[in-house]
Design a protein around this ligand. Sequence first.
Ligand code: PMP
Length: 394
Amino acid sequence: MFGNLKPQAPDKILALMGEFRADPRQGKIDLGVGVYKDPTGLTPVMRAVKEAERRIWEAETTKSYTALTGEPAYLDALSAMVLGRTRDSDRTAMLSTVGGTGAIRQAFEMARMGNPDLTVHVSDPTWPNHVSMLKFMGLPFVEYRYFDSATRGVDFEGMKEDLARAKKGDLVLLHGCCHNPTGANLTLEQWAEVVAILERTGAVPLVDLAYQGFGDGLDEDAAGTRLVVSSLPDALVAASCSKNFGIYRERAGLLMVQVADPAQRELAQGALAFLGRQTYSFPPDHGARIVQTILEDAALAADWRAELEQVRLGMLSLRQQLAAELRSLTGSDRFDFIELHRGMFSRLGATPEQVQKIKDDNAIYLVGDSRLNIAGLNRDSVPVLARAIVEAGV
Ligand code: PMP
Protein backbone atom coordinates (compact mmCIF):
# COMPACT_ATOMS: atom_id res chain seq x y z
CA MET A 1 0.00 0.00 0.00
CA PHE A 2 2.53 2.64 1.03
CA GLY A 3 5.51 1.22 -0.85
CA ASN A 4 5.56 4.10 -3.28
CA LEU A 5 5.80 6.91 -0.70
CA LYS A 6 8.87 9.10 -0.98
CA PRO A 7 10.17 11.60 1.55
CA GLN A 8 8.81 15.08 0.76
CA ALA A 9 11.16 18.03 0.91
CA PRO A 10 10.20 20.01 4.03
CA ASP A 11 8.66 23.44 3.50
CA LYS A 12 11.69 25.75 3.63
CA ILE A 13 9.96 28.47 5.61
CA LEU A 14 8.54 26.06 8.18
CA ALA A 15 11.99 24.46 8.53
CA LEU A 16 13.43 27.94 9.13
CA MET A 17 10.84 28.51 11.88
CA GLY A 18 12.06 25.35 13.62
CA GLU A 19 15.67 26.47 13.34
CA PHE A 20 14.76 29.85 14.80
CA ARG A 21 12.98 28.27 17.76
CA ALA A 22 16.04 26.13 18.51
CA ASP A 23 18.47 29.08 18.35
CA PRO A 24 19.49 29.86 21.95
CA ARG A 25 20.86 33.36 21.18
CA GLN A 26 19.34 36.32 23.02
CA GLY A 27 17.77 39.00 20.82
CA LYS A 28 17.25 36.68 17.83
CA ILE A 29 14.95 38.13 15.16
CA ASP A 30 12.53 36.09 13.03
CA LEU A 31 11.87 37.70 9.66
CA GLY A 32 10.91 34.41 8.04
CA VAL A 33 7.34 33.20 8.24
CA GLY A 34 4.62 35.33 6.59
CA VAL A 35 2.55 36.17 9.64
CA TYR A 36 1.87 39.68 10.91
CA LYS A 37 3.44 40.43 14.27
CA ASP A 38 2.94 43.52 16.39
CA PRO A 39 5.93 45.39 17.85
CA THR A 40 6.02 42.96 20.79
CA GLY A 41 6.22 39.98 18.44
CA LEU A 42 2.65 38.78 18.94
CA THR A 43 0.09 37.94 16.26
CA PRO A 44 -2.94 39.40 18.02
CA VAL A 45 -6.61 38.50 17.67
CA MET A 46 -8.15 41.68 16.30
CA ARG A 47 -10.71 43.46 18.51
CA ALA A 48 -13.55 43.11 16.02
CA VAL A 49 -12.80 39.40 15.60
CA LYS A 50 -13.07 38.82 19.36
CA GLU A 51 -16.34 40.71 19.48
CA ALA A 52 -17.71 38.87 16.44
CA GLU A 53 -16.83 35.54 18.04
CA ARG A 54 -18.66 36.52 21.20
CA ARG A 55 -21.75 37.44 19.22
CA ILE A 56 -21.59 34.24 17.17
CA TRP A 57 -21.26 32.15 20.34
CA GLU A 58 -24.30 33.85 21.83
CA ALA A 59 -26.48 33.71 18.75
CA GLU A 60 -25.60 30.33 17.30
CA THR A 61 -28.25 27.70 17.88
CA THR A 62 -27.02 24.93 15.60
CA LYS A 63 -23.88 23.45 14.16
CA SER A 64 -25.73 21.78 11.34
CA TYR A 65 -24.35 22.04 7.81
CA THR A 66 -24.45 25.35 6.02
CA ALA A 67 -24.72 25.71 2.22
CA LEU A 68 -22.42 23.56 0.06
CA THR A 69 -20.73 26.52 -1.58
CA GLY A 70 -20.69 28.52 1.66
CA GLU A 71 -22.98 30.86 3.56
CA PRO A 72 -24.55 33.24 0.99
CA ALA A 73 -24.32 36.23 3.37
CA TYR A 74 -20.55 35.66 3.74
CA LEU A 75 -20.07 35.34 -0.01
CA ASP A 76 -22.05 38.50 -0.53
CA ALA A 77 -20.25 40.58 2.11
CA LEU A 78 -16.73 39.50 1.18
CA SER A 79 -17.22 39.71 -2.58
CA ALA A 80 -18.49 43.28 -2.09
CA MET A 81 -15.40 44.12 -0.05
CA VAL A 82 -13.08 42.72 -2.70
CA LEU A 83 -14.78 43.86 -5.89
CA GLY A 84 -16.73 46.90 -4.71
CA ARG A 85 -18.91 48.31 -7.45
CA THR A 86 -17.23 46.22 -10.12
CA ARG A 87 -18.89 43.03 -8.87
CA ASP A 88 -21.23 41.67 -11.51
CA SER A 89 -23.40 39.23 -9.56
CA ASP A 90 -25.15 37.92 -12.66
CA ARG A 91 -21.84 36.75 -14.07
CA THR A 92 -20.06 35.66 -10.90
CA ALA A 93 -20.08 32.20 -9.32
CA MET A 94 -18.68 31.95 -5.80
CA LEU A 95 -17.26 29.37 -3.44
CA SER A 96 -16.37 29.74 0.21
CA THR A 97 -12.96 28.09 0.53
CA VAL A 98 -10.49 26.72 3.02
CA GLY A 99 -8.36 29.86 3.19
CA GLY A 100 -6.77 31.56 0.22
CA THR A 101 -4.85 28.38 -0.55
CA GLY A 102 -8.12 26.48 -0.96
CA ALA A 103 -9.39 29.19 -3.31
CA ILE A 104 -6.26 28.97 -5.46
CA ARG A 105 -6.35 25.18 -5.56
CA GLN A 106 -10.01 25.16 -6.59
CA ALA A 107 -9.28 27.89 -9.13
CA PHE A 108 -6.65 25.66 -10.75
CA GLU A 109 -9.13 22.75 -10.74
CA MET A 110 -11.86 24.94 -12.22
CA ALA A 111 -9.55 26.28 -14.94
CA ARG A 112 -8.50 22.76 -15.86
CA MET A 113 -12.12 21.61 -16.02
CA GLY A 114 -12.87 24.56 -18.29
CA ASN A 115 -9.83 24.06 -20.51
CA PRO A 116 -7.87 20.79 -20.17
CA ASP A 117 -5.15 22.15 -22.50
CA LEU A 118 -4.26 25.20 -20.52
CA THR A 119 -0.83 26.39 -19.45
CA VAL A 120 -0.57 28.44 -16.26
CA HIS A 121 1.67 31.51 -16.27
CA VAL A 122 3.23 32.44 -12.94
CA SER A 123 5.51 35.28 -11.94
CA ASP A 124 9.21 34.63 -11.42
CA PRO A 125 9.39 34.45 -8.46
CA THR A 126 6.04 33.65 -6.91
CA TRP A 127 4.68 32.23 -3.66
CA PRO A 128 6.31 28.76 -3.67
CA ASN A 129 3.00 27.02 -2.96
CA HIS A 130 1.65 28.17 -6.34
CA VAL A 131 4.37 26.24 -8.10
CA SER A 132 4.19 23.24 -5.83
CA MET A 133 0.41 22.88 -6.29
CA LEU A 134 0.79 23.14 -10.06
CA LYS A 135 3.51 20.49 -10.06
CA PHE A 136 1.46 18.20 -7.83
CA MET A 137 -1.57 18.60 -10.09
CA GLY A 138 0.53 17.97 -13.18
CA LEU A 139 -0.61 21.27 -14.68
CA PRO A 140 1.87 22.70 -17.20
CA PHE A 141 3.18 26.10 -16.19
CA VAL A 142 5.68 28.69 -17.38
CA GLU A 143 7.19 31.63 -15.56
CA TYR A 144 6.94 35.22 -16.71
CA ARG A 145 9.65 37.72 -15.82
CA TYR A 146 8.60 39.85 -12.87
CA PHE A 147 11.36 40.93 -10.50
CA ASP A 148 14.19 43.15 -11.65
CA SER A 149 17.08 42.16 -9.41
CA ALA A 150 18.97 45.36 -10.24
CA THR A 151 16.26 47.84 -9.24
CA ARG A 152 14.31 45.46 -6.98
CA GLY A 153 11.21 46.73 -8.76
CA VAL A 154 9.07 45.09 -11.43
CA ASP A 155 10.72 44.14 -14.72
CA PHE A 156 7.64 45.37 -16.53
CA GLU A 157 9.03 45.22 -20.05
CA GLY A 158 10.05 41.58 -19.48
CA MET A 159 6.69 40.81 -17.93
CA LYS A 160 4.77 42.24 -20.87
CA GLU A 161 6.94 40.43 -23.40
CA ASP A 162 6.43 37.09 -21.65
CA LEU A 163 2.69 37.53 -21.06
CA ALA A 164 2.18 38.36 -24.73
CA ARG A 165 3.09 34.71 -25.44
CA ALA A 166 0.10 33.37 -23.48
CA LYS A 167 -2.44 31.49 -25.56
CA LYS A 168 -6.20 31.89 -25.57
CA GLY A 169 -7.63 30.01 -22.60
CA ASP A 170 -4.34 29.95 -20.65
CA LEU A 171 -4.41 31.02 -17.03
CA VAL A 172 -2.29 33.99 -15.90
CA LEU A 173 -1.72 34.10 -12.16
CA LEU A 174 -1.32 37.66 -10.88
CA HIS A 175 -0.74 38.85 -7.31
CA GLY A 176 -3.47 41.38 -6.56
CA CYS A 177 -1.22 43.46 -4.29
CA CYS A 178 1.74 43.11 -1.91
CA HIS A 179 3.57 40.61 -4.12
CA ASN A 180 4.95 37.64 -2.24
CA PRO A 181 7.93 37.21 -2.03
CA THR A 182 9.28 40.43 -3.56
CA GLY A 183 7.11 43.32 -2.29
CA ALA A 184 7.34 44.90 -5.78
CA ASN A 185 3.97 45.76 -7.32
CA LEU A 186 2.35 46.99 -10.49
CA THR A 187 1.02 50.54 -10.72
CA LEU A 188 -2.58 50.94 -11.84
CA GLU A 189 -1.31 52.10 -15.25
CA GLN A 190 0.68 48.90 -15.54
CA TRP A 191 -2.37 46.85 -14.54
CA ALA A 192 -4.18 48.50 -17.45
CA GLU A 193 -1.42 47.39 -19.81
CA VAL A 194 -1.63 43.83 -18.45
CA VAL A 195 -5.39 43.89 -19.00
CA ALA A 196 -4.80 44.98 -22.61
CA ILE A 197 -2.44 42.02 -23.13
CA LEU A 198 -5.01 39.64 -21.64
CA GLU A 199 -7.65 41.11 -23.92
CA ARG A 200 -5.42 40.62 -26.94
CA THR A 201 -4.31 37.08 -26.12
CA GLY A 202 -7.57 35.77 -24.67
CA ALA A 203 -5.69 34.40 -21.65
CA VAL A 204 -7.68 34.43 -18.40
CA PRO A 205 -6.44 36.07 -15.20
CA LEU A 206 -6.45 34.44 -11.78
CA VAL A 207 -5.85 37.16 -9.23
CA ASP A 208 -4.47 35.97 -5.90
CA LEU A 209 -5.49 38.61 -3.35
CA ALA A 210 -4.04 37.53 -0.02
CA TYR A 211 -3.05 40.91 1.48
CA GLN A 212 -5.88 43.35 0.80
CA GLY A 213 -5.43 46.21 3.27
CA PHE A 214 -1.73 45.55 3.92
CA GLY A 215 -0.36 47.76 1.14
CA ASP A 216 -1.97 51.10 0.34
CA GLY A 217 -5.44 50.57 1.83
CA LEU A 218 -8.43 48.26 1.35
CA ASP A 219 -9.76 49.87 -1.84
CA GLU A 220 -6.35 50.82 -3.22
CA ASP A 221 -5.09 47.24 -2.86
CA ALA A 222 -8.10 45.90 -4.75
CA ALA A 223 -7.83 48.42 -7.60
CA GLY A 224 -5.90 46.12 -9.95
CA THR A 225 -8.28 43.23 -9.28
CA ARG A 226 -11.28 45.48 -9.91
CA LEU A 227 -9.81 46.74 -13.16
CA VAL A 228 -9.30 43.16 -14.28
CA VAL A 229 -12.85 41.99 -13.53
CA SER A 230 -14.49 45.10 -14.94
CA SER A 231 -12.49 44.95 -18.18
CA LEU A 232 -12.41 41.27 -19.09
CA PRO A 233 -15.08 38.70 -19.84
CA ASP A 234 -13.62 35.79 -17.85
CA ALA A 235 -11.68 36.19 -14.61
CA LEU A 236 -10.97 34.29 -11.40
CA VAL A 237 -10.22 35.89 -8.05
CA ALA A 238 -8.93 34.01 -5.00
CA ALA A 239 -9.19 36.05 -1.80
CA SER A 240 -7.82 35.20 1.62
CA CYS A 241 -9.02 36.52 4.99
CA SER A 242 -6.03 35.10 6.85
CA LYS A 243 -3.95 38.28 6.96
CA ASN A 244 -6.38 41.19 6.87
CA PHE A 245 -8.67 39.68 9.52
CA GLY A 246 -5.77 37.96 11.31
CA ILE A 247 -7.68 34.65 11.31
CA TYR A 248 -4.95 32.48 9.83
CA ARG A 249 -6.00 29.24 11.52
CA GLU A 250 -9.72 29.63 10.84
CA ARG A 251 -9.15 29.11 7.12
CA ALA A 252 -11.50 31.61 5.48
CA GLY A 253 -11.21 32.36 1.77
CA LEU A 254 -13.29 33.02 -1.31
CA LEU A 255 -13.08 31.99 -4.93
CA MET A 256 -14.94 34.12 -7.46
CA VAL A 257 -15.34 32.96 -11.02
CA GLN A 258 -16.57 35.60 -13.43
CA VAL A 259 -17.93 34.25 -16.70
CA ALA A 260 -18.49 36.13 -19.94
CA ASP A 261 -22.21 35.52 -20.21
CA PRO A 262 -24.82 35.39 -17.41
CA ALA A 263 -26.16 32.23 -19.09
CA GLN A 264 -22.91 30.44 -18.07
CA ARG A 265 -23.10 31.42 -14.40
CA GLU A 266 -25.25 28.49 -13.29
CA LEU A 267 -22.87 26.08 -14.97
CA ALA A 268 -19.88 27.67 -13.24
CA GLN A 269 -21.68 27.69 -9.89
CA GLY A 270 -22.50 24.00 -10.31
CA ALA A 271 -18.88 23.23 -11.14
CA LEU A 272 -17.72 25.00 -7.97
CA ALA A 273 -20.22 23.09 -5.84
CA PHE A 274 -19.03 19.87 -7.46
CA LEU A 275 -15.37 20.70 -6.77
CA GLY A 276 -16.14 21.46 -3.13
CA ARG A 277 -18.05 18.20 -2.82
CA GLN A 278 -15.12 16.20 -4.21
CA THR A 279 -12.61 17.70 -1.82
CA TYR A 280 -14.18 18.25 1.60
CA SER A 281 -17.88 18.71 0.96
CA PHE A 282 -18.99 21.71 3.06
CA PRO A 283 -16.50 24.49 3.75
CA PRO A 284 -15.57 25.45 7.32
CA ASP A 285 -17.92 28.06 8.76
CA HIS A 286 -16.40 29.74 11.80
CA GLY A 287 -13.88 32.03 10.06
CA ALA A 288 -16.37 32.91 7.34
CA ARG A 289 -18.98 33.73 9.99
CA ILE A 290 -16.52 36.03 11.76
CA VAL A 291 -15.85 37.92 8.54
CA GLN A 292 -19.55 38.16 7.72
CA THR A 293 -20.43 39.36 11.24
CA ILE A 294 -17.83 42.10 11.04
CA LEU A 295 -18.64 43.26 7.54
CA GLU A 296 -22.40 43.35 8.16
CA ASP A 297 -22.14 45.55 11.23
CA ALA A 298 -21.14 49.15 10.51
CA ALA A 299 -19.55 49.77 13.92
CA LEU A 300 -17.64 46.49 13.99
CA ALA A 301 -16.49 46.99 10.42
CA ALA A 302 -15.27 50.50 11.24
CA ASP A 303 -13.31 49.21 14.22
CA TRP A 304 -11.79 46.41 12.14
CA ARG A 305 -10.82 48.87 9.42
CA ALA A 306 -9.20 51.17 11.98
CA GLU A 307 -7.15 48.33 13.46
CA LEU A 308 -6.15 47.07 10.01
CA GLU A 309 -5.08 50.57 9.08
CA GLN A 310 -2.92 50.74 12.18
CA VAL A 311 -1.27 47.47 11.16
CA ARG A 312 -0.68 48.78 7.64
CA LEU A 313 0.76 52.10 8.78
CA GLY A 314 2.97 50.35 11.32
CA MET A 315 4.57 48.27 8.56
CA LEU A 316 4.93 51.33 6.35
CA SER A 317 6.71 53.23 9.08
CA LEU A 318 9.11 50.31 9.65
CA ARG A 319 9.86 50.35 5.93
CA GLN A 320 10.62 54.07 6.08
CA GLN A 321 12.80 53.66 9.15
CA LEU A 322 14.77 50.77 7.61
CA ALA A 323 15.32 52.64 4.34
CA ALA A 324 16.43 55.77 6.25
CA GLU A 325 18.77 53.75 8.46
CA LEU A 326 20.38 52.11 5.41
CA ARG A 327 20.63 55.47 3.65
CA SER A 328 22.60 56.89 6.53
CA LEU A 329 24.82 53.80 6.97
CA THR A 330 25.69 53.47 3.27
CA GLY A 331 25.49 57.11 2.23
CA SER A 332 23.47 55.97 -0.79
CA ASP A 333 19.86 55.53 -1.79
CA ARG A 334 20.26 52.00 -3.10
CA PHE A 335 17.99 50.54 -0.41
CA ASP A 336 15.17 53.01 -1.02
CA PHE A 337 13.23 50.22 -2.74
CA ILE A 338 12.35 48.94 0.75
CA GLU A 339 10.26 52.06 1.22
CA LEU A 340 8.63 51.64 -2.19
CA HIS A 341 7.71 47.99 -1.68
CA ARG A 342 4.33 47.24 -0.15
CA GLY A 343 2.91 44.55 2.10
CA MET A 344 4.65 42.34 4.56
CA PHE A 345 7.59 41.35 2.38
CA SER A 346 10.59 42.76 0.65
CA ARG A 347 13.15 40.84 -1.32
CA LEU A 348 16.48 42.35 -0.40
CA GLY A 349 18.41 40.94 -3.32
CA ALA A 350 21.07 39.39 -1.05
CA THR A 351 22.94 36.22 -2.05
CA PRO A 352 22.31 32.97 -0.11
CA GLU A 353 25.78 33.43 1.45
CA GLN A 354 24.86 36.92 2.65
CA VAL A 355 21.56 35.63 4.08
CA GLN A 356 23.55 32.92 5.89
CA LYS A 357 26.02 35.47 7.24
CA ILE A 358 23.21 37.68 8.54
CA LYS A 359 21.85 34.65 10.38
CA ASP A 360 25.21 33.35 11.65
CA ASP A 361 26.53 36.70 12.86
CA ASN A 362 23.33 38.30 14.17
CA ALA A 363 20.68 35.58 14.71
CA ILE A 364 18.49 37.37 12.16
CA TYR A 365 16.44 34.91 10.11
CA LEU A 366 15.51 35.78 6.52
CA VAL A 367 14.14 33.32 3.96
CA GLY A 368 16.95 31.93 1.74
CA ASP A 369 15.89 34.02 -1.28
CA SER A 370 16.44 37.11 0.96
CA ARG A 371 12.75 37.75 1.57
CA LEU A 372 12.22 39.51 4.85
CA ASN A 373 9.01 39.96 6.79
CA ILE A 374 8.83 43.64 7.68
CA ALA A 375 6.30 42.88 10.44
CA GLY A 376 8.94 40.83 12.24
CA LEU A 377 10.76 44.09 13.02
CA ASN A 378 10.16 46.84 15.55
CA ARG A 379 11.71 50.26 16.06
CA ASP A 380 14.55 48.77 18.12
CA SER A 381 15.43 45.92 15.79
CA VAL A 382 15.45 47.97 12.58
CA PRO A 383 18.93 49.49 13.26
CA VAL A 384 20.25 46.01 14.17
CA LEU A 385 19.03 44.62 10.83
CA ALA A 386 20.35 47.62 8.89
CA ARG A 387 23.82 47.14 10.35
CA ALA A 388 23.69 43.38 9.65
CA ILE A 389 22.72 44.02 6.02
CA VAL A 390 25.63 46.40 5.53
CA GLU A 391 28.11 44.15 7.35
CA ALA A 392 27.10 41.20 5.18
CA GLY A 393 28.02 43.29 2.13
CA VAL A 394 24.55 43.33 0.56
N1 PMP B 1 -1.39 33.68 -1.67
C1 PMP B 1 -0.27 34.23 -1.22
C2 PMP B 1 0.54 35.04 -2.14
C3 PMP B 1 0.10 34.03 0.11
O1 PMP B 1 1.23 34.59 0.54
C4 PMP B 1 -0.71 33.25 0.95
C5 PMP B 1 -0.36 33.01 2.39
N2 PMP B 1 0.95 32.88 2.70
C6 PMP B 1 -1.88 32.71 0.43
C7 PMP B 1 -2.19 32.95 -0.89
C8 PMP B 1 -2.84 31.82 1.18
O2 PMP B 1 -3.15 32.14 2.44
P1 PMP B 1 -4.10 31.28 3.33
O3 PMP B 1 -4.32 29.94 2.70
O4 PMP B 1 -3.40 31.16 4.64
O5 PMP B 1 -5.37 32.05 3.44
